[in-house]
Design a binder for this molecule. Structure first.
Ligand code: PHE
Length: 451
């Protein structure tokens, strides 16, 4: 099996679409707006931008470069590229665990999104009264059977696409979904900006309030930067292993980062002007999407149709991200254990359904079950974004910057000298060696109140 030609992304646009598909996700729609809202608007945005440029982007480039060099799953990538006998393959294992933790809670939210497409169509969440939309959301998440079935449905749907393979599944779908995503988003922005208090919504997003900044907020911003760019857990390494050899990695990642930021901002622009116009509080927590949005949309002309569009948009965004998350265990099981891709996908789906149930039931049957004051859903979210991704990020930065060897890095990033990006490579090496790991560590320890 190892000798067979390994599948990969077939075109340059396919590479871009799939990678952007991974980065763009519920993070842009569900996390980014409410975290920005809750943590001081543009002040938070600025910190987020810094975290992205100094930490997220270099680690993303490193991950993709390593993946493309080895052209194999993350555990084997680290094993192959590391000096003999060093346990760097553990980075791949950490990534595997992180993938499981993230999918466990993420797939639950994706389940709600799919459920909301149906509810938007049948009109059952169409009410300008926040109490009604609140009750509708509560009844969805507190009904164990509904919560489980929607989540499992999502796992089945994503697993089905993954079984079609890397080129015919992931790449083909991403190429269709990404343009659709931008189209729907622009439509919603146009509507939102035409509303009466659009200015207030924009000011909220862009006017900085630095009084809310704290170490915990900086950690949140950094965690979000990792989560947004899908770095620190082997997703980008996996996708890197499907990159074409002639692909300009730094340029591609920069485009992905910029487009992803664009989607986040557009999502904010689609959401906040409407929220302000109808007098709702912007920092409504995760419930912003599922409680406030329906209440807001039901007051706009053609609101029901737009609400359907909004949740389809969220589902489109989530699909690309879910594909990349689940691809990590699939390719690891497939290549490390020699299972067929189909069997690897089935096992991944089943084990995620089991672990995910713990999150899906965290608002009903398991509501009383908490650790560190967090229910399982919040715990998995917190631990993956604030511990696993940063730790993975440090390890990847240190590996690419120190252990792998400068020349290997320069060679790989310049497509064996074909691209003239020597200065860029030096800047990246400097960041990966001295800046990213130290920043991640400091922010992490401070944010977790270790000192
Ligand atoms: N980047 C995705 C989002 O913003 C989430 C994700 C995290 C995907 C980690 C893959 C890996 O929603």
């Amino acid at each position: 099996m190892k000798q067979q030609k390994r599948a990969g992304f077939s075109s340059s646009f396919g590479v871009l679409a799939a990678t952007l598909g991974s980065a763009v996700g519920l993070g842009n729609i569900w996390k980014f707006p409410y975290l920005t809202g809750a943590n001081g608007g543009a002040g938070f945005l600025l910190i987020y931008l810094l975290a992205t440029l100094l930490v997220g982007l270099p680690v993303m480039i490193a991950e993709i470069t390593l993946g493309r060099r080895a052209k194999v799953n993350p555990i084997s990538t680290m094993e192959q590229l590391a000096p003999k006998g060093r346990p760097w393959w553990l980075v791949g294992v950490i990534g595997l665990v992180a993938a499981f933790l993230i999918v466990a809670f993420y797939s639950e939210v994706v389940g709600w999104v799919f459920a909301y497409i149906v509810k938007a169509i049948d009109g059952s969440i169409l009410s300008s009264d926040r109490h009604v939309t609140e009750a509708a959301f509560a009844s969805l998440i507190s009904n164990p059977l509904q919560a489980l079935l929607w989540q499992w449905g999502v796992l089945l749907f994503i697993g089905g696409i993954l079984m079609l393979g890397v080129t015919k599944g992931i790449e083909a779908i991403a190429k269709k979904l990404m343009p659709l995503l931008f189209l729907l988003l622009l439509l919603l922005c146009a509507v939102s900006l035409s509303l009466e208090k659009a200015g207030e919504g924009l000011a909220f997003l862009f006017r900085p309030d630095f009084s809310k900044l704290s170490a915990a907020v900086v950690l949140t911003a950094m965690g979000l930067a990792f989560f947004k760019l899908s770095v620190g857990m082997g997703t980008m390494m996996t996708y890197g292993s499907y990159f074409r050899d002639d692909q300009d990695i730094p340029l591609t990642t920069l485009r992905v980062m910029a487009a992803d930021l664009g989607v986040s901002m557009l999502a904010g622009i689609a959401i906040f002007p409407a929220v302000f116009t109808f007098g709702f509080a912007p920092s409504a927590g995760p419930s912003l999407v599922f409680i406030t949005i329906p209440a807001v949309f039901s007051q706009i002309p053609m609101g029901q149709a737009l609400m359907v569009v909004f949740f389809i948009l969220a589902a489109v965004a989530a699909t690309g991200a879910m594909l990349s998350l689940m691809e990590v265990p699939v390719v690891i099981f497939h290549e490390r254990l020699g299972w067929s891709r189909r069997k690897a996908t089935l096992v991944t789906m089943l084990s995620l359904a089991a672990l995910g149930s713990v999150c899906a039931l965290s608002n009903s049957t398991l509501a009383g079950f908490t650790l560190f004051n967090l229910n399982m859903f919040d715990l998995f979210d917190f631990v993956s974004s604030n511990i696993f991704l940063p730790v993975g990020g440090i390890a990847i930065a240190l590996f690419a910057g120190w252990a792998w060897g400068k020349d290997n890095f320069r060679q790989a990033i310049s497509n064996q000298g074909r691209l003239r990006n020597g200065t860029l490579a030096n800047v990246l090496l400097f960041l990966l060696r001295y800046i990213s790991p130290v920043l991640i560590l400091l922010v992490m320890l401070k944010g977790l109140q270790v000192f």
